[in-house]
Design a protein. Structure first.
Length: 302
């Protein structure tokens, strides 16, 4: 390192040289850099002393570069361009927040509230990646923080538990016309909408409700909870929906709860990020906002 420091000229002097060489004027270089002409001259003298060579010559029409100065200029210009590009990338990274979440959480939790976060942190560049299924892999660094349901905790990650996953049966009032909503034993008289290809939610719920069932319970099966809720809003049948995602629909009456029996799964919803990103300002800002937001939502009952 000591040998490298001896070989490299002063960085400030190189910056002054670059501007002076591009403008061929110490006066204009000083104006650009907010330096006096004398200060520019001293930087150039220091650089020439470092090399033991003259870099500028004075001519009748102003300054000109010596052959050595001409050889140095493109290397200095390229070096500063690279430094500026790297600095801009680093600055952008510090202002960027990449969020990964499932389509349902994105549509029903994050997007309705994201404008509030942006209002608090307009300096951040927010991007969102949606993916189905549990994916705790942050090694690709395609995202910084994740909203997702999880059963297990992976080493090296920070988990903030947001809420349990609790499912209740709901439907659009129009599904029943002028008749009263059915009791659980009569749910199978209507199409049952499944919010997942992988979980037997309806079978588990009927068992919990003490309703004996046999045979195929499938009517429509969706790969996201949001699609199942959307289909239910269209009057296509009855679904089991996570009650934390349908607070607005229950409040405005577009969906009605058909039972207070809730299927609470082993899954829970978490905010997750790698331990090494715990001090990243964008992650801290989003974490604090999200935890406060969901605490307020829980306190309000939604």
């Amino acid at each position: 390192m000591a040998d490298l420091q001896m070989k490299l000229p002063p960085l400030n002097a190189l910056r002054v040289f670059l501007v002076a060489a591009e403008q061929l004027s110490f006066t204009r270089a000083g104006d650009t850099l907010h330096l006096t002409q004398g200060a520019v001259s001293r930087h150039i003298q220091a650089l020439e002393a470092h090399y033991g060579l003259q870099l500028f010559v004075r001519q009748a029409r102003g300054l000109a570069l010596t052959p050595e100065g001409m050889a140095l200029l493109p290397a200095v210009r390229d070096a500063f361009h690279r430094i500026e590009a790297a600095s801009e990338a680093i600055n952008r990274r510090s202002r960027e927040l990449r969020i990964k979440t499932s389509p349902s959480i994105a549509a029903r939790w994050v997007l309705p509230r994201l404008a509030g976060f942006r209002a608090r942190h307009p300096e951040l560049i927010v991007s969102m990646i949606s993916i189905t299924g549990f994916d705790p892999n942050f090694k690709s660094r395609e995202y910084d923080i994740s909203f997702q349901a999880s059963l297990t905790k992976e080493p090296g990650l920070v988990y903030h538990r947001l809420r349990p996953a609790r499912f209740i049966p709901v439907a659009a009032p129009a599904l029943f016309g002028s008749t009263a909503p059915p009791a659980p034993a009569a749910f199978r008289d209507y199409p049952l909408l499944h919010p997942s290809h992988d979980d037997n939610f309806w079978q588990h719920w009927f068992t919990l409700a003490g309703v004996p069932v046999s045979g195929n319970l499938d009517a429509y099966t969706f790969d996201t909870l949001d699609l199942a809720i959307t289909a239910t809003l269209r009057g296509m049948g009855i679904t089991l929906a996570d009650e934390s995602m349908i607070g607005e629909e229950l409040a405005n009456g577009s969906l009605v709860a058909l039972s207070d029996i809730a299927l609470q799964t082993e899954w829970a919803y978490y905010l997750i990020y790698p331990q090494e990103l715990a001090d990243l300002p964008s992650v801290i800002a989003f974490r604090d906002w999200a935890l406060a937001e969901f605490a307020e939502t829980d306190a309000a009952g939604g």
